[in-house]
Design a protein around this ligand. Structure first.
Ligand code: THU
Length: 145
């Protein structure tokens, strides 16, 4: 049984490894992510850019989509690392994708791992639009029509 600290170290190490796989020839901004599912498995992701710039996908979403496509739905923590000297926060699109799957912990890590910031997804995206909003309308709709 791994201790909490050991798992975080592993998660951060994985995010750092993933950063080196980033396909970022346009921005040159490499990002790595590692997502710990409640199953105990870790899913990595890196940003994957495209000549049609708008098609680029962030590291966090790659990690989440990999995990979900493997059957995971519940997550504990997501580590994200960039080449910056300060921890960088995930973009708005990734925050919206994160909250879809719950209020897990996001660990933002500086390039060398010396600086770490932690936030819950709900802190990163306050007042989020969530599946519960859709459910409310669906429930009301079934009463009205
Ligand atoms: N990027 C991420 O991978 N994650 C973020 O949270 C912010 C931005 C990527 C997208 C793009 O490939 C590059 O960083 C510059 O925006």
């Amino acid at each position: 049984m791994k201790r909490r600290g050991d798992i975080e170290v592993e998660l951060i190490k994985k995010a750092m490894e993933m950063k080196e796989r980033a396909y970022a020839p346009y921005s040159k901004f490499k990002v790595g992510a590692a997502l710990l599912a409640k199953s105990g498995k870790i899913y990595g992701g890196c940003n994957v850019e495209n000549a049609s710039y708008g098609l680029s996908v962030c590291a966090e979403r790659v990690a989440i989509f990999k995990a979900v496509s493997e059957g995971e739905r519940k997550f504990e923590k997501l580590a994200v690392v960039t080449d910056l000297d300060e921890p960088a926060a995930p973009c708005g699109m990734c925050r919206q994708v994160m909250i879809e799957f719950g209020d897990f912990e996001v660990i933002m890590v500086s390039r060398d791992g010396s600086k770490i910031e932690r936030r819950k997804v709900s802190e990163l995206i306050p007042k989020a639009f969530t599946p519960s909003h859709l459910k409310k309308v669906a429930d009301d709709g079934s009463k009205k029509s």
